[in-house]
Design a protein around this ligand. Structure first.
Ligand code: AMP
Ligand code: MG
Length: 511
């Protein structure tokens, strides 16, 4: 074959590759005024290589997974190359961190590449995390270590499979970062319905920038609550929308035993997605006071305190919106009343979602007086007996089918009679519930996962990747946690609680 033909073939392939790589950005945040963000660029990393590409996510975004996996694609995902049409920006935000207000945080190690309209018709942010310093980095290096990135990836994929709104993420790496020691670093791509946070509103409120607050609220309404734009009191309708989403989200966390770990207002999304997975973890033995995060000394974000923490964060959002609520309701007093009414809605929506979920977990499909008390009584007994949260609920399905099926549940209680006496009352409720056994069993299966990313397994995955450059355990764990409701043979490794010597005591924020 003549040489020039070969050369032209190569040329065609590479232009086809860059066509396939073209990301159809339709950027909206950059249309907001300059004070909302800082235009900035990623700092290149040496020799990036792809750890994993989330193909279904690429497909949802209309991106060509094969093109993203090419060296050119990896250059884009690592921030070494700016994709055509991308106008990278670091977003400005403030936030209460463990109760202390910081008027300027911002994306210190993340970059919004832009937004794209996905196959579901919704607009999504594509963000790089760990892509180098930005004007908001303060003393940080703008990087992320591989360990926490793998944790965030596993946990966010698990949450997506469990049906919880989340921010899924493909991962690339290739950079060393310095923490206590030199660790492998990673850049990862995060996709979210938006990266607006309670802290974004606080940023403008703290500067008494009412015009900025209004522009931000109108932007958020267009993106997340378009129907609020038609309401008589649009900012109240927007606040109601955020509160309802967050109330349902925290109820889902509680029903799965998920502990976010760092529910600062800058990590509380307006879209109602779980964002900024830091030292997050799932409960093993049920304990409302459980905290894993090494930095949460006071237990502010303990499992059982999450609804309170969220209500507190939403109160900060309502405060930030007060000037808009006052203007639309006609007076300062009416604005305050509006904010208080909206905040009161949190407890109602949260308890409705929590109780409906608890009933599904117990197989009680028709609501009856005393169902909630029955569920709470079980939780008290689980706490007293250090019963594994996930296994107890999963095992209840067999127990619902017949009293003999309760053997597996009883064995999870330090004192099995604590379960036996509860089960007598439960059976009375089951007997009064007209649900067909098959429907009950299926509902319970889908309310009670078999597989959650257990902390000791997440840690083992991180150790294998960092110490041995072995990503096989990562892939295996992902396979298990992305099919959480299936009864599959050979899953014992993933369904069994940690032995005492394997147990993870603390998780670290040290991203
Ligand atoms: P986080 O705890 O990850 O939610 O981060 C809280 C704030 O610290 C955000 O403004 C981050 O952008 C910033 N931050 C965290 N780690 C780094 C880092 N390595 N370099 C720069 N900024 C960081
Ligand atoms: Mg954060």
């Amino acid at each position: 074959m003549p040489l020039h033909d070969e050369a032209s073939t190569i040329h065609d392939i590479s232009s086809a590759a860059s066509d396939a790589l073209r990301i159809p950005f339709s950027n909206t945040y950059t249309a907001l005024p300059d004070r909302f963000y800082a235009k900035t660029r990623a700092t290149p990393v040496a020799a990036p290589s792809l750890i994993r590409l989330n193909e279904p996510l690429a497909a949802l975004l209309g991106l060509d997974a094969r093109a993203l996996a090419t060296p050119e694609g990896v250059e884009v995902l690592s921030g070494n190359r700016v994709a055509e049409g991308s106008e990278p920006i670091a977003l400005a935000y403030a936030g209460h961190q463990f109760g202390h207000f910081v008027p300027q945080l911002g994306d210190g190690r993340a970059l919004l590449l832009g937004e794209v309209i996905a196959a579901d018709g919704l607009l999504y942010d594509i963000q790089l995390k760990g892509s180098g310093p930005t004007p908001f980095s303060r003393r940080g290096d703008g990087r992320a270590a591989l360990g926490p990135v793998l944790r965030e990836y596993i946990l966010s994929e698990a949450m997506a499979a469990l049906g919880v709104p989340t921010t899924p993420a493909p991962v690339t790496t290739g950079q060393k970062v310095v923490r206590e020691t030199v660790l492998p670093g990673a850049v990862f791509t995060r996709v979210a319905a938006s990266h607006l946070r309670v802290g974004t509103f606080q940023f403008f409120a703290a500067r008494s920038d009412i015009e900025g607050t209004r522009l931000l609220a109108d932007y958020a309404i267009a993106r997340h609550d378009p129907e609020a734009a038609q309401a008589e009191h649009r900012y109240r309708a927007f606040l109601d929308g955020v509160i309802a989403r967050q109330a349902r989200l925290v109820a889902q966390w509680m029903l799965l035993g998920f502990i976010h770990g760092v529910m600062n207002t800058d990590n509380t999304s307006i879209s109602g997605e779980t964002i900024d997975y830091g030292p997050c973890a799932f409960l093993e033995a049920y304990d409302p006071a459980k905290v894993y995060s090494s930095i949460d000394q006071q237990g502010r974000y303990a499992y059982g305190n999450q609804p309170n923490a969220m209500q507190w964060n939403l109160t900060r959002l309502a405060e930030s919106l007060l000037p808009l609520l006052e203007a639309e309701s006609g007076s300062e007093a009416a604005g305050m009343t509006s904010a208080k009414e909206a905040l009161a809605g949190f407890a109602t929506t949260f308890h409705e979602a929590l109780h409906a979920g608890l009933r599904r977990k117990l197989g009680l499909l028709t609501h009856r007086e005393g169902d909630e008390a029955l569920a709470l009584d079980l939780l008290d007994r689980m706490a007293a007996n250090r019963a594994d949260f996930t296994l107890t609920f999963r095992s209840l399905r067999d127990a619902a089918a017949s009293p003999a099926g309760g053997a597996a549940v009883r064995a999870l209680f330090a004192d099995p009679t604590a379960y036996d006496t509860w089960a007598i009352a439960w059976r009375q409720h089951l007997d009064q519930d007209p649900t067909a056994p098959e429907l009950r069993a299926e509902t319970m299966r889908l309310a009670n996962p078999a597989v959650i990313p257990r902390n000791h397994l997440v840690q083992a995955v991180i150790d294998a990747a960092i110490l041995r450059d072995d990503f096989r355990p990562f892939e295996d764990l992902l396979e298990a946690v992305t099919h959480p409701f299936e009864d599959r043979p050979g899953l014992d490794l993933y369904t069994t609680p940690a032995r005492p010597e394997e147990s993870v005591i603390a998780t670290f924020c040290g991203t």
